[in-house]
Design a binder for this molecule. Sequence first.
Ligand code: ME8
Length: 515
Amino acid sequence: MKSTASITTPIYYVNDKPHIGHVFTTTVCDVWARAMRMQGRDTFFLTGTDEHGVKVEKSALAHGVTPQEWADRNAAEFRRVLQLFDLTNDDFIRTTEPRHEAQVQALVERLKAAGVLYKGAFEGWYDEGEENYLTETRAKESGYKSPVNGRPLVRAKEENWYFRLSAFAPRLMELFTSRPDFVRPEARRNEVLGRLREGLQDVPMTRTNFSWGIPMPGDQGHVIYVWIDALFNYITALGLGNDSTPKRHPYWPADFHVIGKEILWFHAVIWPALLMALEMPLPQCVFAHSFWIHEGQKMSKSLGNFIDLPAMEGYVSKYGLDAFRWFMVTRGPLDSTDTDFRALAFHETYVADLVNTVGNCSSRVTAMIAKTFDGVMPADSFAGGEWPARCATVVQAWQRHMQQFELGPAAAAAIGLLREVDGFINRTEPFKLAKDPSRRDEVSSILAQCAEAVRIAGILLEPFLPHRMKDLQSAIGDQAPTMDWESRVRWGGLKPGTRITKVALYPRLEAAVAG
Ligand code: ME8
């Protein structure tokens, strides 16, 4: 296994307020980053904001401020979200930072030198909202309306710099054939392959109809197209456009670019072609998740039904951050179908998984030890019975799933272990055996085994439930976070004699909050 691990979110547009979609993508990356760090991997988790382009220029104007002021204000809001949701990014890149701008210009110079840019006139169907041209076929398919916001496409003509994307068609086909996991999930890969087979158009590298962007080197009046500027963030943050800062170079290529499905084409086709032109390694995987919808409806500005920051804060203050993360990651749209965010589903998930499973199992075990053994970890004369092997299998499954960014299955493996502990308690009935003094040894072993399995499950749940799992660890006297990973998850970490206090992790709450 390589020693570094790196993951990125899209960089978010500063023309909008943060909403659940942004928090979702950043949270799933956070779970992975925490899981990698726990295992001792040298981890780099990147997020940031996308601050150039005509949309930002227009929003700033509408609010009577300069684009930079507008970007500063909204980037600060995205930063605040990271704090609020305890997201552990290692850097936050803004595309208006000098470190980014200078490297983007250097990278564009390199593309020019590589002969993949040319200047030419272009006329086509333009989606103003998305700042994107559509091919004739796609424009027709969508009824000459934006497939994203439904507004009419406009006929636009520009003299621009272009990137010879078409020249990369064979290499892109080869990439998709030789690396079936380059784009996940599979449905998304098939979608890109289908479009690749339709043929590729060259893409604009610059724009001239507005000025809020990075100037094209050597051509006044042209600014670098916001999408090209934005994609480069993944490598400018690592100093790869500027060889004098090599400290972060080992974090490239990224293991995962996690994005929403609407920006797949840029990440799965244009971005690898740019990297090929620059002769740089490609990311391992572009993971495109689906969308949250809200109580059955697509979230949109016109409906005003975004699950926004105040709504999310409502859930967090009622249920706690762990609950919010757990719902997003285990019930969210990580695969190829959209997911409805329903207040009732949130509540039910909280009760079933956190109250009745994680909370109940850990409080049951710690309470029995408190009652029967005065809060001292008993000895296990059966040396774990079947548990050590079972836990090792679960740990391995979790590691494999995490490595592959299969967060749902990783969470299921961890919580499944607690369900097994519950089943074991129900079968062996230590609470009954405890009434018979002659069976004290048996009770010791059962409870010691349960406590140790709970400890291991708690470690595996930590990336998902970072707050309460810390409480659990301190309640069971687990000092292990300072240990290396292998020792930490090995059976036998909880020594007899350790103080164990009763925990109540997730309170039983009555009603769901309004959606
Ligand atoms: O597209 N459900 O930024 P953006 C789930 N700046 N995730 C959602 C979502 C939803 N309903 N809505 C948005 C941009 N997202 C560009 C990216 S990258 C080089 C440039 C998430 O602010 C999802 O990750 O519109 C999506 O890709 C991202 O927010 C779009 O954020």
